[in-house]
Design a protein around this ligand. Structure first.
Ligand SMILES: *Cc1c(COP(=O)(O)O)cnc(C)c1O
Length: 359
């Protein structure tokens, strides 16, 4: 018998696995834009109701995402137009995967800006697509002329625009994104993973024009653990996507939890409002500390440039705080770190380490 590595793709063998932090007890985890709050923990009644719901879930039966009623609930809570169809994904990560698979004809190209969410490029590689990454400006705004030129030159089948962008937090100008949508022949996915924290959204435009898909997730608004993302677009695109999505990709517990969450959307809104207020407070505090640059964010994190990213990363780690070091991931992210906004106490802990280092 020869090694099974002989049959496994060389390009996959050359990859490194996505590293999920394995944190020792007592660490403050501010590396992955999770909410610091369990969404139902604040109310005993809500928590009990949810537990009861989970207990009653038909875990002996296959789920039926299409008839679960979740799409209707999402539509009502988030104002998704009737003309758009909604596809559910096991996290929007899964939808990125299947949207890529959908267009991955031989020679097809994916376009995204850089730095942006790493999973776009990863999926382009997995499905054999060409990938074009257009660098942002130094201040992380969109270089629209460069994007339009790249569209003209490469005629991409799939474009990802993250609105607001990760890992920078900056939200591009709406008119610029509209120009990208107008210029594209392929499918344009506006990834609004942080849409809840932003001043603006394309959700109400989902489905028009036909090539526009708006993608969202509940991960950043308190539900990273249930793995639910959704894509909203025209029937032209969504009917084809439906053919390749696994029929049972959502599980009963997630569906039940998400529907319950939509019924109590006000608890989500409260958390989002609190995190936005904290983001503003942390941004103001950071702006008062000399020697570092905080980039304006419309997400639940703030990206900062400091004199020595590794030194701050290590200093925070010594205080049992994990954040994301961006330095090294892209030339534009030189000496940058990404701080997820946590609870006021967690944010104060971060700020106190930063102050000690840079005052
Ligand atoms: C977090 C994130 C996602 C993934 O969300 P899941 O629904 O948890 O898979 C997608 N896009 C961007 C830009 C993100 O930051």
């Amino acid at each position: 018998m020869t090694s099974p590595l002989n049959v496994i793709r060389d390009d996959i063998q050359a990859m490194t696995a996505y590293h999920v932090a394995d944190l020792p007890e007592g660490f403050i985890k501010l590396d992955a834009m999770e909410s610091p709050y369990h969404p139902f923990a604040a109310s005993e009644t809500l928590l009990d109701e949810w537990k009861e719901l989970l207990a009653q879930s038909a875990i002996n039966l296959y789920p039926n995402p299409a008839t679960s009623g979740l799409q209707t609930a999402l539509r009502q809570v988030f104002g998704i137009p009737e003309s758009a169809q909604i596809a559910l994904g096991n996290g929007s990560d899964e939808l990125i995967q299947f949207l890529t698979m959908l267009v991955a004809k031989p020679g097809a190209t994916m376009l995204a800006v850089e730095p942006s969410f790493v999973m776009y490029k990863h999926n382009a590689a997995l499905y054999g697509m060409n990938y074009v990454g257009v660098p942002l400006n130094e201040d992380f705004t969109l270089n629209l002329p460069a994007v339009l030129a790249a569209i003209e030159q490469h005629n991409p089948s799939l474009i990802f625009i993250t609105y607001p962008n990760n890992p920078t937090g900056v939200c591009f100008r709406r008119e610029e994104v509209e120009a990208v949508i107008r210029a594209a022949n392929g499918i344009v996915v506006v990834d609004e993973a942080y849409g809840a924290f932003s001043h603006d959204s394309f959700l109400s435009q989902a489905g028009k024009p036909d090539n526009l898909v708006i993608m969202r997730t509940v991960s950043k608004i308190g539900f990273a653990g249930i793995r639910l993302g959704y894509a909203c677009g025209s029937p032209v695109v969504m009917n084809e996507l439906a053919k390749i999505l696994p029929p049972y990709n959502m599980n009963q517990l997630s569906l039940a939890t998400a529907k319950f969450a939509m019924k109590h959307a006000e608890v989500i809104q409260q958390t989002v409002a609190a995190l936005k207020a904290e983001r503003e407070r942390v941004f103001t505090e950071l702006s008062h500390i000399g020697g570092l640059q905080a980039f304006p964010s419309e997400a639940n994190f703030i990206t900062v440039r400091v004199p020595d990213a590794q030194a701050l990363y290590d200093a925070l780690k010594a205080e049992k705080i994990l954040i994301k070091k961006l330095h090294g991931a892209h030339p534009l992210l030189s000496q940058c770190l990404r701080l997820t906004i946590g609870s006021p106490e967690q944010n104060d802990a971060v700020l106190s380490v930063i102050r000690k280092l840079y005052r």
